[in-house]
Design a protein around this ligand. Structure first.
Ligand SMILES: C[S@@+](CC[C@H](N)C(=O)[O-])C[C@H]1O[C@@H](n2cnc3c(N)ncnc32)[C@H](O)[C@@H]1O
Length: 311
């Protein structure tokens, strides 16, 4: 997955116009700030160079993750008939660019606190986009939409702010709330707490699984999106490989109830000559399934199945 050509062109133009933007040192500075200040509700992007750097080095991955998550959820039938979206903490527009590809006629609203992120979003976007300069912690969301999307925002907030902002996202939703963040144990733990809050507020968990209680103990699950590296991204990261795999975790919540009764492949399948061993996450807990050649159709399906797909 790669950012659309028009967005890459605009980012390249913006970068070449900024003679004082040093890719390596700005990226290192930003990475350090993210490592040491995440989870504290402080503004991590402090100037224009940093917001452009975010668009160059981080947005390709957040775009790929948002695109993959929503596309998969749509194809699986978990997200249906959405007409409007609020992107809460829209940054430099990753959510917009992903949704523009997937649902071009969606009515979209963008809430973002940081002026530099808004400015960079506007500069790299061909369309005229209106982003509300909006603090999710201080302000109440009065808008409503079918889908509330918030990607890579909640982990930047302190625990109290995260819970209070999350409740605002739930209240603003006509139907779905989709939260996405890095595929780390911290995100998983935070999201499990948010999952309970969503259930207390009348929401149902749609994906990645339906169960209210995750059967994983002392463990966590994560997903992957393959990100194609543009030339500029390679330079920014001093990387030679043409792709990177971005790990992430997400929750899709909905007001409507569901009963998909699915089984998701939790670990890489172990394939032997005559048997395939699958670890499945099901509504009733973790299931170890041995598929042998005797069950021909099931064996064929198991041979092709990949981690995180439904069996
Ligand atoms: C890591 S960026 C993610 C941007 C975008 N959603 C993406 O996926 O690429 C986090 C964004 O959340 C914004 N943010 C953090 N706290 C916020 C708040 N209290 N209100 C509004 N936006 C906030 C930041 O300014 C930043 O643009």
């Amino acid at each position: 997955m790669i950012l659309p050509q028009d967005v890459r062109d605009k980012i390249n133009l913006l970068f070449t116009g900024k003679k004082d933007l040093k890719l390596k040192s700005t990226r290192e500075g930003l990475t350090n700030k993210y490592k040491s200040n995440s989870g504290s509700s402080v503004d991590l992007i402090e100037n224009e160079n940093e917001s452009i750097l975010y668009a160059i080095s981080r947005m390709p991955a957040t775009f790929a993750v948002i695109y993959k998550t929503i596309n998969d959820l749509y194809l699986q039938g978990y997200i249906k008939n959405i007409e409007s979206v609020i992107d809460a903490g829209s940054g430099t527009g990753a959510g917009f660019f992903a949704l523009r590809e997937l649902f071009p006629s969606l009515s979209s609203h963008f809430l973002e606190k940081n002026y530099n992120m808004i400015d960079t979003f506007n500069k790299i976007c061909n369309e005229k986009i209106e982003v509300n300069q909006f603090d999710l912690i201080k302000n109440e969301i009065t808008l409503r939409a079918d889908l509330i999307l918030s990607s890579y925002v909640l982990s930047e907030l302190s625990e109290n702010d995260r819970i209070s902002v999350f409740k605002k996202l739930l209240s603003a939703s006509n139907r779905y709330v989709l939260i996405i963040d890095t595929g780390t144990p911290e995100t998983y733990t935070n999201f499990m707490k948010l999952k309970s809050i969503a259930i207390q507020n009348g929401f149902n968990i749609i994906a990645p699984c339906e169960s209210d209680n995750c059967p994983l103990k002392n463990d966590y699950c994560q997903f992957y999106a393959r990100v194609e590296r543009s030339s500029l991204l390679k330079v920014a990261k001093s990387a030679t490989l043409s792709y990177e795999d971005e790990k992430y975790f997400y929750l899709l919540l909905a007001k409507e109830s569901v009963n998909f009764a699915r089984k998701r492949v939790l670990r890489r399948p172990k394939i032997k000559k005559n048997e395939i061993n699958l670890v499945l996450c099901t509504q009733n807990g973790i299931e170890q399934l041995k598929v042998t050649r005797n069950s021909q159709d099931e064996f064929k399906r198991a041979k092709k199945i990949k981690i995180n797909e439904e069996f």
